[in-house]
Design a protein around this ligand. Structure first.
Ligand code: ARG
Length: 459
C-alpha cells in the first residue's frame, strides 16, 4: 500500500507507478534525505511535537539505514515512487510505527527542495575544488612560458605577437569568473526551505532557525510558497556550468586547432589522445572534442529546465520533478570534464619554435612598424598606409618585414633608419607592451602573481 493510499479505493496502475516514479534517478539524494530527516525529527522533539524517545529511535534507524544503503544492501522500490517515500517505507519496515511520526509537520514538497539544495551545495564544493586544480595548472603552464612568443589572433588571422603565458592567462580569468559564479550559486542555494510544508507551513510550532543552523544553512526561505516552488538556484547552477563548459569548449577548440598539422603548436600526450581504426598515422584530440561536444547537452539542460519552469503556477507542481535529471546530468558532465581536461593540458607538449615561426611569418609586427613611424613624427593614419604598402611589397616578394632590406624601406619613406629592425623584432613588440594586462613578461608576471593570490584565498 502507498504511504498516501488512504484516500484511494484501488491500487495505481503499474504504468502510473513507472511514469510517476523518480527513484531511478533521485536515489542519489538518499544521504541528504536522511540527514535532513534527522534534523527535522530532532527539532520536532525539541519543540515537544513528538517524544524525545521517538526522535532518538528514528535517528538511530535512519543512521543504520544510511550505513546499509552505503554498503549496497538496500533495494529501492519503484512502487514507492521516490527517495523520500522509499526511505520512510524502509524505516517503517525496520523500526515499526514510530517511524510514522517522522513526517509530522513536513511535506515532500519542502523535503525535496531541502534535499536538492543540500545536494547542490555539496556538489558546488566539489566542482570548485576541481576548478581550482585546473586554474593551478594554468598558472604552472603560464609561468613556464612568459617569453614563449606566439601569434595572437583576431578573426583567426595572425594579428599581433603575444606570449603563450598571456594567452593561457586569458583562460585563467574566465575560470576565475566561473569560480565566482559558483560561489554566487552557493549563496542562492544556501537558504532552508524546510518548514514551508506543502506550501503554507503548518500549525505545529516548528523552529526553522534551529533546523537551518543544524544543517548549516545561512538563512531560511522567507516565504513558504516560494520555499517549495523556487528552482532558481538550479537554474543558476545550470547557467554557471554552461558558461564554464563554454569556456572549456573554446579552449578545446584551440587545442584541436593547435594540435593539427597546420598549426603544430602543441602535441597531446599519448595517454590523452586516441588513434584511428583505419588510418595508422592518426592521433586524434578526442578528449578536447568530447568536452566541446558535451557543452551541447549542458546548454540543453539549462534550456530544458527554463522551459519546464516557465508556465508553472504557484506553488509545487509535479513538473518540477524534471529538475533532477537536468542538474544531475550537468553536474556529472562537468565533474567528468574538469579532471580529464586538466590532465590533458598538464601533459601536453608546447612546440615553442613553431609558435615563434608562426608569429614571425604573419606580419604580426606590422602595427609596431607603424608605431615606429609615429614615434618618428608621422601621423598614425599615414604610417598605417606606408606600412600597408611595405606589406604588399613583402607579400609579392614572399618576404617578411624583418627580411626587407633597408633601402626598400627608405625607397617607400626616407624617415626609416637601421633601428627599424630592432623596433619590429618580436621580442620588442611583446616586451614594449608594458601596459597592465598586456603581453610583456613584466605585465604577465604581475598577472600571474595576482592569480596565485587568488588561488591562495579564492573569493
Ligand atoms: N519526487 C518528487 C519530486 O521530485 C517529490 C515531491 C513530490 N511531491 C508531491 N506532492 N507529489 O519533485
Amino acid at each position: 500500500m502507498k504511504l498516501w493510499g488512504g484516500r484511494f479505493a484501488k491500487e495505481t496502475d503499474t504504468l502510473t507507478d513507472h511514469f510517476n516514479s523518480s527513484i531511478s534517478f533521485d536515489a542519489r539524494l538518499y544521504k541528504q534525505d536522511i540527514i535532513g530527516s534527522i534534523a527535522h525529527v530532532s527539532m520536532l522533539a525539541k519543540q515537544n511535537i513528538i517524544p524525545e524517545t521517538d526522535s532518538k529511535l528514528i535517528e538511530k534507524g535512519l543512521l543504520e539505514l544510511l550505513a546499509d544503503i552505503e554498503k549496497g544492501s538496500v533495494v529501492f522500490n519503484e512502487k514507492m515512487e521516490d527517495i523520500h517515500m522509499n526511505i520512510e517505507a524502509l524505516l517503517i519496515e525496520r523500526i515499526g510505527d514510530v517511524a510514522k511520526r517522522m513526517h509530522t509537520g513536513r511535506s515532500r514538497n519542502d523535503q525535496v527542495a531541502l534535499d536538492v539544495r543540500m545536494y547542490v551545495r555539496d556538489e558546488i564544493t566539489e566542482i570548485k575544488g576541481m576548478l581550482l586544480n585546473l586554474m593551478d595548472t594554468l598558472i604552472t603552464i603560464a609561468s613556464k612560458h612568459t617569453s614563449t612568443i606566439m601569434p595572437g589572433y583576431t578573426h583567426l588571422q595572425r594579428a599581433q605577437p603575444i606570449t603563450f603565458a598571456h594567452h593561457i592567462m586569458a583562460y585563467f580569468e574566465m575560470l576565475k569568473r566561473d569560480y565566482r559564479r559558483l560561489d554566487f550559486t552557493y549563496k542562492m542555494t544556501n537558504a532552508l526551505p524546510l518548514g514551508s510544508g506543502a506550501l503554507a507551513t503548518t500549525t505545529y510550532p516548528l523552529d526553522r532557525d534551529f533546523v537551518a543552523e543544524t544543517l548549516q544553512f545561512d538563512s531560511i526561505c522567507e516565504n513558504s510558497i516560494d520555499g517549495v516552488s523556487d528552482r532558481d538556484f538550479c537554474l543558476d547552477l545550470l547557467y554557471t556550468i554552461s558558461t564554464l563548459m563554454m569556456h572549456l569548449s573554446r579552449f578545446s577548440e584551440e587545442i584541436i586547432l593547435w594540435s593539427s598539422h597546420e598549426f603544430r603548436f602543441v602535441e597531446l600526450d599519448d595517454a590523452y589522445s586516441t588513434g584511428s581504426s583505419i588510418m595508422p598515422q592518426k592521433k586524434n584530440p578526442d578528449i578536447a572534442e568530447l568536452v566541446r561536444g558535451k557543452s551541447g547537452r549542458v546548454y540543453g539542460n539549462l534550456m530544458s529546465l527554463m522551459t519546464t519552469m516557465k508556465g508553472l503556477p504557484l506553488a509545487y507542481n509535479k513538473d518540477m520533478q524534471e529538475d533532477k535529471e537536468r542538474i544531475f546530468d550537468s553536474i556529472d558532465t562537468i565533474k567528468m570534464c574538469l579532471p580529464i581536461f586538466n590532465e590533458m593540458i598538464k601533459t601536453m607538449k608546447v612546440r615553442e619554435k613553431n609558435m615563434y615561426k608562426a608569429a614571425a611569418g604573419g606580419f604580426t609586427n606590422a602595427t609596431d612598424a607603424a608605431d615606429y613611424l609615429v614615434k618618428k613624427g608621422l601621423a598614425f593614419r599615414d604610417a598605417h598606409e606606408v606600412i600597408g604598402k611595405l606589406v604588399l611589397h613583402c607579400v609579392t616578394e614572399n618576404l617578411s618585414l624583418e627580411e626587407l632590406p633597408l633601402d626598400v624601406y627608405q625607397s617607400i619613406h626616407p624617415i626609416f633608419e637601421a633601428d627599424i629592425y630592432e623596433a619590429i623584432s618580436l621580442s620588442t613588440c611583446v616586451n614594449e607592451r608594458q601596459v597592465k594586462g598586456g603581453p610583456s613578461m613584466q605585465a604577465v608576471s604581475a598577472h600571474i602573481a595576482k592569480a596565485k593570490d587568488f588561488l591562495n584565498h579564492p573569493e
